[in-house]
Design a protein around this ligand. Sequence first.
Ligand code: THG
Length: 396
Amino acid sequence: MTHWIQDGHGVVSTKNAHSRNRQPRPRAPMFSIHPTARLRPSPFYESAQAAGMTSASIYNRMILPTSYGDPEGEYWRILNSVSMWDVGVQRQVQLSGPDALKLAQLLTVRDLSNCAVGQGKYAPICNHEGVLLNDPVVLKFSDELIWFSIADSDIWYWAKAIAAERGLRVSVSEPDVSPLAVQGPKAESVVSDLLGDWVKELKYFWFKETELAGIPLVVQRSGWSKQGGFELYLKDGSKGAELWNRVAEAGQPYGIGPGAPATPERVESGLVSVGGDTDDSTNPFEVRLGNFVNLDVPDEVVGVQALRKIVASGVQRHQLGVVLEGETAKPMGFAWESIEVDGQRVGAMTVCVFSPRLAKNIGYALVDASIKPGAQVCVRRADGPVSGILQELPFF
Ligand code: THG
């Protein structure tokens, strides 16, 4: 049993098996986000605030709630029961018109020719040099209507530019669509109680359009965790609070609570954060996304020719897990931390977080391809060097 203690300053500590690992963190200066029309709240923003949101990040020029004051409790809830996340920042880039499918295929190096109507695919977008720009989930409604559910970069401009340069008959727009994720082992019970048993038949990444008491939705078996779950894409931004409340109510018997994409869970699970774990020269092979690249897509697909050359000449870096020595939680700050072997820089740690399951600080290493799992490394951390061991990903 875990007992959560609020110390009055937003710092939460716990009395459980791992309490020796937890130290009060230096208190961050309090600030609030200045409202401006440049920065959009999601339709769930008011609900997230009412639910006690305590921290947020910025993603696609929107506010992404990241915690409700109890990060470790929120982590265990995703693992053991069910959590609901405002991920309205996962914006949709809508391609519509006779050349929608053609544009979609030009934009991603994953082969979409076998993507069925009603199916989603995880589909990396690269630039002409093969550098990873984004890793959206593609949803195919028809050959003439496709969504790219994007990560954090401005794919609207990119898609519009490629469409214009290639003379395609397609309109690129941003529809009124905002995902609410329901993640965890009990997510299926919550979503089937809400929408019906048919959701149990949905295959991984497949989706269906539906309605919940007049709230228009797309329901997909997906989400940025490896604990299973669904994403409810709200198609009417005026109904955010209504959807939030209905999910919270349906989830109550299963112990649902507000949460967010959890860094410890995603790192343990080996999920990539494009922009966080990648830099302006990272290609998909370097960060374990090679399985989502088809080198035999047509030459006109943006980036594929560069990727063929990269494969032919050998991929220079790869992404491994790193387990650090020490049992005190020391998450990473804003910047990558240098990784050395025998005093030589071989790459960087791109994320570091305390893993509650391993009771260690773990992270990702983007290192020279010659550095293999099992290697002993030194990470130049903010407060001094720490040794660690590299291993294959995922951790779980
Ligand atoms: N859901 C939706 N949109 C999104 C995300 C999401 N847009 C932004 C961001 N997340 C995109 N990034 C990812 C990264 C990984 C996965 C999904 C979106 C993912 N990957 C699995 C894996 O790597 O194991 C499965 C991939 C597969 O087998 O196809 O789920 O979360 N709507």
